[in-house]
Design a protein around this ligand. Structure first.
Ligand code: NDP
Length: 477
């Protein structure tokens, strides 16, 4: 443990099992005995150990050399070390996926620990009498949790663990003797992803983007109503690793009056509760924000522009953003002018064009469209790429446009004269009507998103395809 030149330095190294890490621990010895920092969050996280938030510490004392335990894959992460004595440790990946069955073995003494991710089978054999084996876990043990354990037989031929002491003579519990062989082991499924608001424009696009993913669940308002303060408490969050919140109160004008309380509940209070749950259960929380958190006084909003919402909707969304930003693993995608399946500006203009109406459309609100499929694509990209957590602006690329320009383009794409659309100022358009104030400039700076390797297609390209597909969509809905 302590060589002639002092203790070895703290290090964290990878193994052939993804996420299984070996930690070399400095142990300081003198005439009295030894001392080590067994787990030191700050230093270890800096070296690559996950910040795994342990909540329980267990110790198993093994009287005799040859005591053998395992192979157990548990539904939480654990950090295993030895307080005295020595073990031969063996790990078998029992998670669903292509590394199922992969093995790793090493000896642990007080100077070496192992981080075992959820679903990796853990086993050991003591190499000395009086071995104290200790581990930190990031969930409390319960009988219900134990029902999710996955077990593998210690003698499994495929794993082929080279036990130093023959299993025939080892001290093994009756239960551990009868666990199944690898071919009969049901792999531990991954934690799941939950999409909330799955029937909105973005929700529907996420259903398409994540189609075929057996680890993803979709919940619309019918399954989980965010206006019910108790709804989130009914979800068993232990089964999830990621929540994508595509739900929102989006009736911007109603939020100024009759919908104010609902808007605050769904966009503020429920999101704050989601953020709290994400912290408690170490979830990645993906949330969607809006250009309405800004006053629109400047062009090309950067992600970190200070909030200055003009109306209630923007205020409630800003409140949600502030809560989500406290979650260690969060992505906030700030977007503008979303067009997907459902009621939206482009569909309204297309309907007016077809009905022969010549509308007045505001020409002093400038922004860029965001097609829901590209917003969904950006979410999947950030998650899959493991992009740094934080806030990302997302809209389609291309020149900024006024709503009136978009309307004219829709008319032209439908073979109608663009000059049937008359531009009016926002002030004129809303004169005498009760409406929420809107930011005049909604253009979002996309550099941060591009730097992650995701470049959304130009809005004009998407608009042409969308308008061409409207007739088919109308038939399908
Ligand atoms: P939609 O209005 O199409 O979808 C919102 C979804 O949230 C709906 O399916 C709605 O359910 C659901 N919802 C509303 N209230 C509740 C509730 N109490 N419990 C559960 N679900 C609820 O919006 P988008 O898909 O366009 O918006 C996605 C995100 O993008 C939102 O965060 C929004 O704020 C943001 N955004 C949208 C913009 C836009 O132009 N649309 C612009 C900028 C940002 P139901 O179908 O039952 O009503």
């Amino acid at each position: 443990m302590t060589g002639a030149s002092g203790p070895k330095p703290l290090s964290v190294t990878e193994t052939p099992i993804p996420g299984l890490l070996v930690c070399e621990l400095p142990v300081m010895s003198d005439n009295r005995g030894w001392f080590k920092e067994n787990w030191q969050r700050e230093k270890m996280v800096a070296l690559g150990l996950p910040d795994f938030n342990p909540v329980q510490n267990n110790v198993s004392f093994n009287t005799k050399k040859g005591a053998t335990r395992g192979i157990h894959a548990e539904p939480w992460d654990k950090y295993v070390s030895v307080a005295s004595g020595r073990i031969f440790g063996a790990w078998v990946d029992l998670r669903e996926g292509r590394t199922f069955g992969r093995t790793f073995f090493t000896e642990l003494d007080p100077s070496r620990a192992v981080y075992v991710p959820r679903g990796v089978g853990n086993a050991f054999q003591t190499l000395e009498d009086s071995t104290a084996y200790t581990y930190l876990v990031n969930d409390h043990w319960s009988a219900e949790a134990q029902s999710q354990y996955v077990f593998l037989n210690l003698a499994d031929e495929t794993a082929g663990i080279p036990w130093p002491l023959d299993l025939a003579g080892a001290e093994i519990s009756a239960k551990d003797r009868v666990h199944p062989r690898l071919s009969d082991v049901p792999p531990m499924p991954p934690r799941r992803t939950l999409v909330l608001g799955a029937n909105g424009q973005l929700g529907k696009a996420l259903r398409k983007a994540l189609a075929g993913r057996t680890d993803v669940e979709f919940a619309g308002r019918g399954e989980l109503d965010l206006s019910d303060p108790s709804a989130l408490a009914q979800v068993d969050w232990k089964n999830y690793s990621t929540v994508i919140n595509a739900a929102a109160y989006t009736a911007v004008d109603d939020a100024e009056g009759s919908g104010r309380a609902d808007a605050w509940q769904v966009n503020g209070a429920a999101v704050a509760e989601l953020a709290r749950l994400a912290q408690e259960h170490h979830l990645t929380l993906v949330h969607v924000s809006t250009d309405y958190v800004f006053d629109g006084a400047r062009a090309g909003h950067p992600e970190d522009e200070p909030f200055a919402p003009l109306g209630v909707y923007g205020q409630t969304k800003a409140a949600g953003d502030l809560a989500v930003a406290t979650v260690p693993r969060h992505y906030i995608l700030r977007t503008s002018w979303v067009i997907g399946e459902g009621h939206n500006f482009v569909r309204t203009m297309a309907a007016l064009a077809e009905r022969g109406v010549s509308p007045s459309v505001v020409d002093d609100q400038i922004g860029r469209l965001t097609f829901a499929e590209d917003l969904a694509g950006a979410i999947v990209h950030l998650l899959d790429a493991g992009a740094p957590y934080g806030t990302y602006n997302v809209s389609n690329e291309g020149p900024s446009m006024a709503w009136a320009d978009v309307a004219r383009e829709v008319f032209v794409l439908l073979g109608k004269p663009g000059d049937r659309v008359t531009g009016v100022s926002t002030a004129e358009y809303f004169a005498g009507r009760s409406a929420a104030p809107r930011p005049l400039n909604s253009v979002l700076d996309l550099d941060k998103l591009r730097a992650t390797g995701f470049t959304p297609p130009p809005a004009q390209e998407r608009l042409a395809a969308y308008v061409a597909g409207l007739a088919d969509r109308e038939r399908a809905e």
